[in-house]
Design a protein around this ligand. Sequence first.
Ligand SMILES: C[S@@+](CC[C@H](N)C(=O)[O-])C[C@H]1O[C@@H](n2cnc3c(N)ncnc32)[C@H](O)[C@@H]1O
Length: 292
Amino acid sequence: VDELQAEFAQRYRLFDDAVARGAALFGADWLAAFDDTLDRLFPDPVELAAAAKGYASFAMDILRRQRRFDQERAYPAKTFEEAAAEVYLDAGYMASEYLPGLLLSHFLWPHHYHQGRFFESAYVEQMRVAGGTSFVEVAAGTGMYSRRLLQLIPEASGRGFDLSPAVKAFVDHHMAAYGLNGRYRLELQDATTAVIAPTDWLVCVELLEHLEDPAGLLASLRAVLRPGGKAFITAAINAPNADHIYLYRDPQEVIDQLYGAGFGLQQAFIGPAFVPRSLGVPVPTVAAFVVS
Ligand SMILES: C[S@@+](CC[C@H](N)C(=O)[O-])C[C@H]1O[C@@H](n2cnc3c(N)ncnc32)[C@H](O)[C@@H]1O
Protein backbone atom coordinates (compact mmCIF):
# COMPACT_ATOMS: atom_id res chain seq x y z
CA VAL A 1 0.00 0.00 0.00
CA ASP A 2 2.92 2.33 0.71
CA GLU A 3 4.28 1.67 -2.78
CA LEU A 4 0.89 2.37 -4.30
CA GLN A 5 0.68 5.59 -2.31
CA ALA A 6 4.14 6.59 -3.59
CA GLU A 7 2.98 6.00 -7.19
CA PHE A 8 -0.10 8.15 -6.66
CA ALA A 9 1.97 10.91 -4.99
CA GLN A 10 4.54 10.94 -7.81
CA ARG A 11 2.42 10.41 -10.88
CA TYR A 12 -1.33 10.59 -10.22
CA ARG A 13 -1.79 13.47 -7.82
CA LEU A 14 -5.56 13.46 -8.12
CA PHE A 15 -5.56 10.21 -6.13
CA ASP A 16 -2.96 11.32 -3.61
CA ASP A 17 -5.37 11.18 -0.67
CA ALA A 18 -7.16 7.91 -1.58
CA VAL A 19 -4.98 5.63 0.55
CA ALA A 20 -4.96 7.91 3.61
CA ARG A 21 -8.74 8.29 3.34
CA GLY A 22 -9.26 4.51 3.24
CA ALA A 23 -6.94 3.94 6.19
CA ALA A 24 -8.66 6.69 8.22
CA LEU A 25 -12.14 5.38 7.42
CA PHE A 26 -11.55 1.64 7.72
CA GLY A 27 -8.39 1.16 9.78
CA ALA A 28 -6.08 -1.80 10.23
CA ASP A 29 -8.28 -4.53 8.69
CA TRP A 30 -8.64 -2.54 5.47
CA LEU A 31 -4.91 -1.87 5.34
CA ALA A 32 -3.99 -5.51 5.93
CA ALA A 33 -6.48 -6.84 3.36
CA PHE A 34 -5.44 -4.26 0.75
CA ASP A 35 -1.74 -4.87 1.36
CA ASP A 36 -2.23 -8.62 1.04
CA THR A 37 -4.21 -8.26 -2.21
CA LEU A 38 -1.60 -5.96 -3.80
CA ASP A 39 1.24 -8.15 -2.60
CA ARG A 40 -0.21 -11.32 -4.06
CA LEU A 41 -1.57 -9.95 -7.33
CA PHE A 42 1.16 -7.43 -8.16
CA PRO A 43 4.26 -8.71 -6.32
CA ASP A 44 6.68 -6.96 -8.65
CA PRO A 45 7.10 -3.13 -8.40
CA VAL A 46 6.65 -2.88 -12.18
CA GLU A 47 3.33 -4.74 -11.95
CA LEU A 48 2.20 -2.54 -9.05
CA ALA A 49 3.13 0.62 -10.98
CA ALA A 50 1.11 -0.67 -13.96
CA ALA A 51 -1.87 -1.36 -11.67
CA ALA A 52 -1.65 2.19 -10.24
CA LYS A 53 -1.59 3.56 -13.78
CA GLY A 54 -4.55 1.37 -14.78
CA TYR A 55 -6.55 2.51 -11.77
CA ALA A 56 -5.78 6.18 -12.47
CA SER A 57 -6.95 5.88 -16.12
CA PHE A 58 -10.05 3.89 -15.13
CA ALA A 59 -11.04 6.37 -12.41
CA MET A 60 -10.30 9.44 -14.58
CA ASP A 61 -12.45 8.02 -17.37
CA ILE A 62 -15.35 7.54 -14.95
CA LEU A 63 -14.95 11.09 -13.58
CA ARG A 64 -15.13 12.49 -17.13
CA ARG A 65 -18.23 10.41 -17.88
CA GLN A 66 -19.77 11.52 -14.59
CA ARG A 67 -19.44 15.19 -15.56
CA ARG A 68 -21.25 14.51 -18.82
CA PHE A 69 -23.91 12.46 -17.01
CA ASP A 70 -24.51 15.31 -14.55
CA GLN A 71 -25.53 17.45 -17.55
CA GLU A 72 -27.35 14.91 -19.67
CA ARG A 73 -28.83 12.62 -16.99
CA ALA A 74 -28.65 9.71 -19.44
CA TYR A 75 -26.06 7.15 -20.50
CA PRO A 76 -24.86 7.56 -24.12
CA ALA A 77 -26.86 5.10 -26.23
CA LYS A 78 -24.91 1.86 -26.60
CA THR A 79 -25.92 -1.69 -27.43
CA PHE A 80 -24.64 -4.67 -25.47
CA GLU A 81 -22.71 -5.75 -28.54
CA GLU A 82 -20.98 -2.37 -28.75
CA ALA A 83 -20.10 -2.43 -25.03
CA ALA A 84 -18.71 -5.95 -25.38
CA ALA A 85 -16.52 -4.99 -28.34
CA GLU A 86 -15.34 -1.75 -26.71
CA VAL A 87 -14.70 -3.20 -23.27
CA TYR A 88 -14.97 -6.93 -22.43
CA LEU A 89 -13.38 -8.21 -25.64
CA ASP A 90 -10.58 -5.63 -25.71
CA ALA A 91 -7.91 -7.75 -24.04
CA GLY A 92 -5.35 -4.93 -23.69
CA TYR A 93 -7.80 -2.47 -22.12
CA MET A 94 -9.24 -5.12 -19.77
CA ALA A 95 -5.79 -6.24 -18.56
CA SER A 96 -4.21 -2.80 -18.25
CA GLU A 97 -7.10 -0.61 -17.03
CA TYR A 98 -10.46 -2.20 -16.39
CA LEU A 99 -9.53 -5.15 -14.19
CA PRO A 100 -6.78 -3.49 -12.09
CA GLY A 101 -8.98 -0.38 -11.88
CA LEU A 102 -11.96 -2.36 -10.64
CA LEU A 103 -9.84 -4.40 -8.25
CA LEU A 104 -8.32 -1.32 -6.60
CA SER A 105 -11.74 0.35 -6.50
CA HIS A 106 -12.96 -2.47 -4.23
CA PHE A 107 -10.64 -0.92 -1.61
CA LEU A 108 -10.25 2.73 -2.65
CA TRP A 109 -13.92 3.60 -3.16
CA PRO A 110 -15.62 3.59 0.24
CA HIS A 111 -18.99 2.53 -1.19
CA HIS A 112 -17.37 -0.41 -2.98
CA TYR A 113 -15.51 -1.42 0.16
CA HIS A 114 -18.72 -1.22 2.22
CA GLN A 115 -20.49 -3.39 -0.32
CA GLY A 116 -17.78 -6.02 0.02
CA ARG A 117 -18.11 -6.00 3.81
CA PHE A 118 -21.90 -6.31 3.47
CA PHE A 119 -21.34 -9.34 1.22
CA GLU A 120 -19.15 -10.96 3.85
CA SER A 121 -21.34 -10.23 6.89
CA ALA A 122 -24.81 -10.60 5.39
CA TYR A 123 -24.27 -13.31 2.78
CA VAL A 124 -21.07 -15.33 3.20
CA GLU A 125 -21.65 -15.67 6.93
CA GLN A 126 -25.15 -16.96 6.25
CA MET A 127 -23.78 -19.51 3.79
CA ARG A 128 -21.14 -20.58 6.31
CA VAL A 129 -23.71 -21.03 9.11
CA ALA A 130 -26.00 -22.99 6.75
CA GLY A 131 -23.11 -25.30 5.83
CA GLY A 132 -23.13 -24.29 2.15
CA THR A 133 -20.21 -25.67 0.18
CA SER A 134 -20.78 -24.75 -3.43
CA PHE A 135 -21.69 -21.55 -5.22
CA VAL A 136 -21.92 -19.90 -8.61
CA GLU A 137 -20.79 -16.36 -9.45
CA VAL A 138 -22.15 -14.77 -12.60
CA ALA A 139 -19.94 -12.05 -14.14
CA ALA A 140 -16.94 -12.78 -11.94
CA GLY A 141 -14.92 -9.77 -13.20
CA THR A 142 -11.86 -9.43 -10.97
CA GLY A 143 -12.79 -12.59 -9.02
CA MET A 144 -12.74 -10.57 -5.80
CA TYR A 145 -16.13 -11.76 -4.51
CA SER A 146 -15.49 -15.42 -5.31
CA ARG A 147 -12.04 -15.22 -3.75
CA ARG A 148 -13.34 -13.73 -0.50
CA LEU A 149 -16.04 -16.39 -0.28
CA LEU A 150 -13.50 -19.19 -0.84
CA GLN A 151 -11.20 -17.69 1.81
CA LEU A 152 -13.97 -17.34 4.37
CA ILE A 153 -15.44 -20.81 3.79
CA PRO A 154 -12.52 -23.21 3.39
CA GLU A 155 -14.85 -26.11 2.50
CA ALA A 156 -16.43 -24.21 -0.38
CA SER A 157 -15.81 -24.53 -4.09
CA GLY A 158 -17.26 -22.45 -6.88
CA ARG A 159 -17.89 -21.90 -10.55
CA GLY A 160 -17.68 -18.51 -12.17
CA PHE A 161 -19.11 -17.28 -15.46
CA ASP A 162 -17.89 -14.32 -17.51
CA LEU A 163 -17.72 -13.65 -21.23
CA SER A 164 -14.37 -11.85 -21.28
CA PRO A 165 -11.24 -13.92 -22.08
CA ALA A 166 -9.21 -11.26 -20.20
CA VAL A 167 -11.33 -11.95 -17.12
CA LYS A 168 -10.53 -15.65 -17.36
CA ALA A 169 -6.78 -14.92 -17.40
CA PHE A 170 -7.09 -12.43 -14.52
CA VAL A 171 -9.29 -14.67 -12.35
CA ASP A 172 -7.12 -17.76 -12.96
CA HIS A 173 -4.10 -15.72 -11.84
CA HIS A 174 -6.03 -14.25 -8.88
CA MET A 175 -7.10 -17.69 -7.63
CA ALA A 176 -3.64 -19.17 -8.16
CA ALA A 177 -2.08 -16.28 -6.19
CA TYR A 178 -4.22 -17.41 -3.24
CA GLY A 179 -3.77 -21.15 -3.83
CA LEU A 180 -7.49 -21.43 -4.60
CA ASN A 181 -7.49 -22.54 -8.22
CA GLY A 182 -8.22 -26.16 -7.29
CA ARG A 183 -11.52 -24.98 -5.78
CA TYR A 184 -12.71 -22.67 -8.55
CA ARG A 185 -13.33 -22.83 -12.27
CA LEU A 186 -14.17 -19.88 -14.46
CA GLU A 187 -16.18 -20.61 -17.60
CA LEU A 188 -16.16 -18.27 -20.56
CA GLN A 189 -19.86 -17.91 -21.27
CA ASP A 190 -22.46 -15.22 -21.76
CA ALA A 191 -24.59 -15.26 -18.61
CA THR A 192 -27.74 -14.46 -20.56
CA THR A 193 -27.49 -17.69 -22.56
CA ALA A 194 -25.38 -19.99 -20.35
CA VAL A 195 -26.99 -23.13 -19.00
CA ILE A 196 -26.28 -22.88 -15.26
CA ALA A 197 -26.92 -25.90 -13.08
CA PRO A 198 -29.31 -25.30 -10.15
CA THR A 199 -27.53 -23.97 -7.07
CA ASP A 200 -28.27 -22.93 -3.48
CA TRP A 201 -25.80 -20.03 -3.45
CA LEU A 202 -25.59 -17.52 -6.27
CA VAL A 203 -23.58 -14.30 -6.55
CA CYS A 204 -24.09 -11.62 -9.18
CA VAL A 205 -22.24 -8.35 -8.49
CA GLU A 206 -22.61 -5.41 -10.86
CA LEU A 207 -23.84 -7.14 -13.99
CA LEU A 208 -27.45 -5.92 -14.30
CA GLU A 209 -26.55 -2.41 -15.51
CA HIS A 210 -24.39 -3.98 -18.26
CA LEU A 211 -27.37 -5.65 -19.92
CA GLU A 212 -30.12 -4.55 -22.28
CA ASP A 213 -32.65 -6.73 -20.45
CA PRO A 214 -31.62 -7.12 -16.80
CA ALA A 215 -35.14 -8.28 -15.86
CA GLY A 216 -34.70 -11.21 -18.25
CA LEU A 217 -31.42 -12.19 -16.57
CA LEU A 218 -33.03 -11.94 -13.13
CA ALA A 219 -35.81 -14.30 -14.22
CA SER A 220 -33.25 -16.86 -15.39
CA LEU A 221 -31.19 -16.47 -12.18
CA ARG A 222 -34.36 -17.04 -10.15
CA ALA A 223 -34.95 -20.22 -12.14
CA VAL A 224 -31.51 -21.66 -11.27
CA LEU A 225 -31.76 -20.84 -7.55
CA ARG A 226 -33.02 -23.91 -5.71
CA PRO A 227 -35.94 -23.48 -3.28
CA GLY A 228 -34.49 -22.10 -0.03
CA GLY A 229 -31.35 -20.92 -1.85
CA LYS A 230 -29.94 -17.42 -1.41
CA ALA A 231 -28.54 -14.99 -3.95
CA PHE A 232 -26.40 -11.89 -3.53
CA ILE A 233 -27.34 -9.50 -6.32
CA THR A 234 -26.15 -5.92 -6.84
CA ALA A 235 -26.54 -3.12 -9.34
CA ALA A 236 -24.89 0.24 -9.96
CA ILE A 237 -27.24 3.24 -9.98
CA ASN A 238 -26.46 6.54 -11.79
CA ALA A 239 -22.97 5.30 -12.62
CA PRO A 240 -22.00 6.16 -16.21
CA ASN A 241 -19.09 3.74 -16.76
CA ALA A 242 -18.13 2.90 -20.35
CA ASP A 243 -19.95 -0.43 -20.21
CA HIS A 244 -23.10 0.59 -18.30
CA ILE A 245 -25.96 0.60 -20.77
CA TYR A 246 -29.07 0.16 -18.59
CA LEU A 247 -29.68 3.21 -16.43
CA TYR A 248 -31.10 2.57 -12.97
CA ARG A 249 -31.96 5.96 -11.48
CA ASP A 250 -33.06 4.61 -8.11
CA PRO A 251 -32.47 1.42 -6.05
CA GLN A 252 -36.25 0.94 -6.01
CA GLU A 253 -36.11 0.08 -9.73
CA VAL A 254 -33.80 -2.85 -8.91
CA ILE A 255 -36.06 -3.93 -6.04
CA ASP A 256 -39.07 -3.89 -8.39
CA GLN A 257 -37.19 -6.05 -10.90
CA LEU A 258 -36.14 -8.48 -8.15
CA TYR A 259 -39.75 -8.87 -7.01
CA GLY A 260 -40.88 -9.07 -10.63
CA ALA A 261 -38.50 -12.00 -11.17
CA GLY A 262 -39.98 -13.79 -8.16
CA PHE A 263 -37.23 -13.13 -5.60
CA GLY A 264 -38.02 -12.37 -1.96
CA LEU A 265 -35.93 -9.61 -0.40
CA GLN A 266 -34.05 -10.48 2.78
CA GLN A 267 -31.43 -7.74 3.36
CA ALA A 268 -30.30 -4.62 1.53
CA PHE A 269 -27.35 -2.24 1.44
CA ILE A 270 -27.53 1.06 -0.43
CA GLY A 271 -24.20 2.90 -0.67
CA PRO A 272 -23.81 6.30 -2.35
CA ALA A 273 -20.30 7.19 -3.54
CA PHE A 274 -20.42 10.62 -1.91
CA VAL A 275 -22.73 13.12 -0.27
CA PRO A 276 -24.08 15.42 -3.01
CA ARG A 277 -23.51 19.17 -2.79
CA SER A 278 -27.20 19.78 -3.39
CA LEU A 279 -30.38 17.75 -3.49
CA GLY A 280 -31.43 16.33 -6.84
CA VAL A 281 -27.90 15.72 -8.12
CA PRO A 282 -27.60 12.06 -9.17
CA VAL A 283 -24.96 10.25 -7.11
CA PRO A 284 -23.33 6.98 -8.23
CA THR A 285 -24.68 4.41 -5.82
CA VAL A 286 -24.31 0.70 -5.25
CA ALA A 287 -27.43 -1.26 -4.33
CA ALA A 288 -26.84 -4.77 -2.97
CA PHE A 289 -29.43 -7.33 -1.94
CA VAL A 290 -29.60 -10.72 -0.31
CA VAL A 291 -32.59 -12.43 -1.88
CA SER A 292 -34.16 -15.85 -1.86
C1 LIG B 1 -18.35 -4.56 -13.25
S1 LIG B 1 -17.75 -6.11 -13.74
C2 LIG B 1 -18.30 -7.19 -12.48
C3 LIG B 1 -17.56 -7.01 -11.25
C4 LIG B 1 -17.16 -8.25 -10.57
N1 LIG B 1 -18.30 -8.92 -10.00
C5 LIG B 1 -16.14 -7.89 -9.55
O1 LIG B 1 -16.48 -7.83 -8.39
O2 LIG B 1 -15.01 -7.65 -9.90
C6 LIG B 1 -18.77 -6.61 -15.04
C7 LIG B 1 -18.35 -7.94 -15.61
O3 LIG B 1 -19.45 -8.48 -16.30
C8 LIG B 1 -18.96 -9.21 -17.39
N2 LIG B 1 -20.11 -9.34 -18.28
C9 LIG B 1 -20.79 -8.36 -18.90
N3 LIG B 1 -21.82 -8.87 -19.58
C10 LIG B 1 -21.80 -10.20 -19.38
C11 LIG B 1 -22.62 -11.28 -19.82
N4 LIG B 1 -23.67 -11.09 -20.61
N5 LIG B 1 -22.28 -12.53 -19.42
C12 LIG B 1 -21.20 -12.75 -18.64
N6 LIG B 1 -20.40 -11.77 -18.18
C13 LIG B 1 -20.70 -10.51 -18.55
C14 LIG B 1 -17.81 -8.39 -17.90
O4 LIG B 1 -16.91 -9.15 -18.66
C15 LIG B 1 -17.20 -7.89 -16.59
O5 LIG B 1 -16.20 -8.75 -16.15
